[in-house]
Design a protein around this ligand. Structure first.
Ligand code: NAD
Ligand code: IPM
Ligand code: MN
Length: 353
């Protein structure tokens, strides 16, 4: 009988609608597989909290979360009330950095029963992972503005690529490729235009490749790589990318498989020195919040990835099977062409676990 402490942060917008469905599914999985999940619900890391306290999180947030085995996260951001860079740098991006969640693992899969916007693709044709660097790269606070408000205004935003940070994400991606049938790794680059960091990123990929002779690699510039997500998605197995490139690819990939409402992510500190965080790829979706029509699959699948990371692989598999069956047979939310509510789809999944 395994026991885990889980922080539950629903956050903003549809985060508050999909989180209950993940908890519903987890409860069934936990009972069936004899797992003890002790939840700590957390109200902060939300824009509501910001409006009351002038900051996204209490000063002792790190102490409150450090002892957790994992963090289940909905979404943060409500641009109507808090500028996005304030809310995200004050919550999610802080978690990723300070808990050294340097891998952002984002599966992309085309399921039975999901209308694919790409012509002629069927379930199974698209099945790959985006491995996104999650703590450095283009996401920084380094730089500034000068001559502000004048015609001479200059804005500088630096990127940071460390050998330590780059090698560890490459290593993870090579090892993931090793665990898969096709043993293929695509390295996202832009060494033609981004003339310092990206040629160096390619060199690090080549250096790492020397340790993995069984893995075939190809480096692709991010522009054509994006085009091939649409035109030839079947050629991808594992794709490793810098923080920003990985961000973009991990919305594009799921869009190619029908809807971003399916896409989960695992923000991992693989060594377990800090809690890892599991969340949908999508955000708070202000345009549909309050209608109970958000697709709960991304959140439920993220919860399944959490169990998998915690070693509860059978429970993960049961949750994923339930998701697959409901995608194939319904009920489905409107983004999948159906008319079901978030709750109806969540209940259907839970009932099959
Ligand atoms: P978004 O992902 O919230 O929404 C993009 C589009 O996808 C919207 O049309 C939305 O309705 C749709 N969508 C998203 N999730 C869906 C679901 N589960 N089911 C059905 N449709 C879904 O992206 P955005 O509009 O750029 O951002 C809104 C807010 O969320 C911003 O504050 C942004 O910064 C934040 N955000 C947070 C995260 C996160 O917490 N990880 C991720 C992305 C965006
Ligand atoms: C994601 C989101 C975040 C990111 C935002 C909300 C800062 O888009 O998790 O993909 O860019 O990483
Ligand atoms: Mn994103």
């Amino acid at each position: 009988n395994q026991s885990f402490n889980i922080a539950v942060i629903a956050g903003d917008g549809i985060g508050k609608e999909v989180m209950p469905e993940a908890l519903r599914a987890l409860q069934v999985a936990a009972e069936r597989f004899n797992i003890n999940l002790n939840y700590t619900p957390i109200e902060w890391a939300s824009c509501d909290y910001y409006q009351q306290h002038g900051q996204m999180m209490p000063d002792d947030w790190k102490a409150q979360l450090s002892g957790m085995d994992a963090i289940l996260f909905g979404a943060a951001g409500w641009p109507e009330t808090v500028p996005d860079h304030i809310s995200l740098w004050g919550s999610l991006l802080k978690f990723r950095r300070e808990f050294d969640q340097y891998i952002n693992l984002r599966p992309v899969r085309l399921f039975e029963g999901v209308p694919c916007p790409l012509a002629g693709r069927k379930a199974g044709d698209i099945d790959f992972y985006v491995v996104r660097e999650n703590t450095e790269g283009e996401y920084t606070n380094l730089g500034g503005r000068i001559f502000e408000g004048t015609e001479r205004e200059v804005v500088i935003q630096e990127s940071v690529f460390t050998r330590y940070g780059t090698d560890r994400v490459l290593k993870y991606a090579f090892e993931l490729a090793q665990s898969r049938a096709r043993n293929h790794l695509t390295v996202a680059t832009k060494s033609n235009g981004i003339a310092i960091s990206m040629p160096w990123w390619d060199e690090r990929a080549d250096a790492m490749a020397a340790h993995y002779p069984d893995i075939s690699i190809d480096k692709q510039h991010i522009d054509i790589l994006s085009a091939r997500f649409v035109l030839q998605p079947d050629r991808f197995d594992v794709v490793v990318a810098s923080n920003l490139f990985g961000d973009i690819l991990s919305d594009l990939g799921p869009a190619c498989t029908g809807t971003i409402g399916l896409a989960p992510s695992a923000n991992l500190n693989p060594e377990g020195l800090f809690p890892s965080l599991f969340e949908p790829v999508h955000g708070s979706a202000p345009d549909i919040y309050g209608q109970n029509i958000a697709n709960p699959v991304a959140m439920i699948w993220s919860a399944a990835l959490m169990l998998n990371f915690l070693g509860c692989t059978e429970a993960h598999d049961a949750m994923l099977n339930a998701i697959e069956t409901v995608l194939a047979k319904g009920p489905r939310t409107p983004d999948l062409g159906g008319t079901a509510s978030t709750t109806e789809m969540g209940e259907a999944i839970a009932a099959l676990i």
